[in-house]
Design a protein around this ligand. Structure first.
Ligand code: DQA
Length: 148
């Protein structure tokens, strides 16, 4: 059996992880996260591809592409979490599991971060675990797709 493919999608400003408010978002870069997910994915039997864009429409198109290419989506929509009906609508077109990840605990922060459009579609949400949240989400993805 070929390994299910998981797209790990990231929204605006996450390209600057490691430099961006490390007290909130930590010191790991997106490349570090991509590497950790690829290593764990290899062990779990999942193939991971990490993508990032600062543009809402580009993220919508990444989700459309996942329809033909991926069995699951892990997504940190960053600020679009709190604003984007377009990203929610795109995720509603995707048939497989969706797991929402936030490095910070959005519920412990400003009130405008407490609402997530994405959570109404997400099968699971991981928040406040830093970079580790991505590998936790990947383990849950393996549980959902491979029952492991
Ligand atoms: C974030 C939380 C969002 O509120 C914020 O806009 C981000 C990152 C997180 O990973 O903690 O850009 O999604």
């Amino acid at each position: 059996m070929t390994a299910p493919v998981i797209h790990i999608l990231n929204g605006p400003n996450l390209n600057l992880l490691g430099q961006r408010q490390p007290d909130i978002y930590g010191h790991d870069t997106l490349e570090d996260i991509a590497r950790a997910c690829a290593t764990l994915g290899g062990r779990l039997g999942l193939a991971t591809q990490l993508r990032q864009s600062n543009h809402e429409g580009a993220l919508v198109e990444m989700i459309h592409a996942a329809r033909g290419e991926a069995q699951g989506i892990i997504i940190n929509p960053a600020a679009y979490t709190h604003t984007s009906v377009a990203i929610l609508d795109a995720l509603n077109l995707f048939d497989g599991p969706v797991i929402e990840v936030h490095l910070s605990n959005i519920h412990k922060r400003e009130a405008f971060r407490h609402h997530s459009y994405i959570s109404t579609r997400a099968d699971a949400v991981v928040a406040g675990c830093g970079a580790h949240g991505y590998t936790l989400a990947l383990r849950q993805m393996a549980h959902l797709l491979l029952r492991s």
